[in-house]
Design a protein around this ligand. Structure first.
Ligand SMILES: NC(=O)c1ccc[n+]([C@@H]2O[C@H](COP(=O)([O-])OP(=O)(O)OC[C@H]3O[C@@H](n4cnc5c(N)ncnc54)[C@H](O)[C@@H]3O)[C@@H](O)[C@H]2O)c1
Length: 367
């Protein structure tokens, strides 16, 4: 039985983690229970397309699960009042760029309104710390000759997913500066890889296709460059930001965003999408020249992102510990071993399998 004792005297810290049935949220809950054996965890997720209760198998007896929409203020405020969380981590978001092109409204609700509702709940029912988890993609596209984004970079999102996340960021920045006593922090992370990611994302898509005798589809020339970090390193960074002893932002932060409690998270490891595909094919002992196919690119696909993690490294002492080559091979092995997990998802949820080449400009259908 979950041990979270509602409305009772609690000695252990209570964590409220949203998006907990998704990829990174589930990894975080699992690590949190290892890092803090006595933590009380309330896992919140509305079980949208990317939410899978099975991601919490093995720890579900140690968490209280609440199926709820973070964009619903009354529901979330009631959960805050019931559980009185000490710490809140908001991972909940719609996260798939292709799906965002087909249904932008869903993304605006979770990623923008949901971010505001969560910050508002932490204002109405105060917590000790609150981390809003955001993404490198809010900075937009990095010119090929530029070094990298930093916390000083302006938000310049251009896709429906990243624009919705950037809207959430702006709202959270407003809360940080208007209510500095609330201890709201934010992270922007690079692309994650690791276990429990939906089979429609690049690494699991490649493995699950190959294991079913299908080629790995790569958008366009595949030379889109991404900054890759193991999900466990991301979870450790979020946990460190959550517990950091930070001063409220000074007034100068109004014109110097790097003074806000915002931390960019990355392993400084830039790899093209086609190179990721090649490595997965090779890890499975197959020949990349036979098992990769280039397909029409999705509209408005960012070419490059890279961020500088110097601030979290120097101020909080965080460093990634997973070396990329070993981490990627370990991830491929996980999907090989966990075939029943992803087969059940594919059976119950189906596959996106969208043909962008068949879409005429200005006629993107909805889902
Ligand atoms: N995956 C990455 O590479 C990456 C990188 C940087 C930042 N992020 C951010 O990390 C967070 C988690 O990403 P992920 O990859 O785990 O995504 P995911 O899609 O795997 O999981 C998101 C979870 O949030 C839930 N959710 C969505 N809207 C909700 C709502 N309104 N109410 C309650 N639950 C809701 C979904 O059901 C899902 O379980 C997101 O905020 C994302 O922007 C992801």
């Amino acid at each position: 039985m979950p041990r979270v004792a509602r409305s009772q005297e609690l000695t252990m810290p209570v964590y409220l983690v949203t998006g907990a049935a998704g990829f990174i949220g589930a990894n975080y809950v699992r690590h949190l229970l290892e890092w803090e054996a006595d933590a009380e965890v309330v896992a919140v997720d509305y079980l949208g397309f990317a939410g899978n209760r099975s991601n919490l198998d093995g720890v579900s007896d140690r968490v209280v699960f609440e199926q709820a929409d973070i964009a619903d203020l009354d529901t979330m405020r009631a959960l805050y009042r019931r559980y009185r969380p000490d710490h809140v981590v908001n991972f909940a978001a719609e996260s798939h760029n292709d799906r965002a092109i087909l249904d932008p409204s869903l993304f605006m609700r979770s990623n923008a309104l949901g971010a505001q509702v969560m910050a508002e709940c932490s204002r109405l029912v105060p917590v000790r710390s609150h981390v809003h988890v955001s993404t490198i993609e809010v900075y937009g596209e990095l010119p090929s000759r530029s070094a990298c984004f930093t916390e000083r970079s302006p938000l310049n999102a251009k896709t429906p997913y990243s624009a919705a996340k950037a809207a959430g960021d702006q709202i959270v920045r407003a809360y940080m500066q208007t209510y500095p006593e609330l201890n709201i922090r934010m992270t922007h992370c690079a692309n994650n890889y690791g276990p429990f990611q939906m089979p429609e994302k690049l690494v699991p898509l490649a493995v699950t296709n190959l294991l079913r005798g299908r080629k790995v589809p790569v958008y366009g020339d595949g030379l889109q460059r991404r900054d890759w970090l193991h999900v466990t390193d991301h979870c450790a960074a979020v946990h460190r930001v959550l517990h950091a002893d930070l001063q409220p932002p000074p007034p100068e932060a109004a014109t110097a965003p790097e003074l806000l409690p915002i931390f960019d998270v990355s392993a400084r490891h830039e790899v093209t999408n086609v190179e990721i595909a090649r490595r997965v094919v090779t890890a499975l002992g197959m020949d990349p020249s036979e098992w990769i196919e280039h397909i029409p690119d999705r509209p408005n696909h960012d070419r490059r992102y890279l961020i500088d993690p110097s601030k979290i490294e120097t101020q909080l002492g965080w460093r990634p510990v997973h070396e990329f080559d070993a981490g990627l091979v370990g991830t491929v092995d996980w999907y090989v071993e966990q075939r029943p997990w992803w087969e059940r998802i594919l059976e119950t949820k189906g596959e996106l399998g969208f043909d962008w080449g068949a879409v005429r400009p200005g006629h993107v259908p909805s889902r």
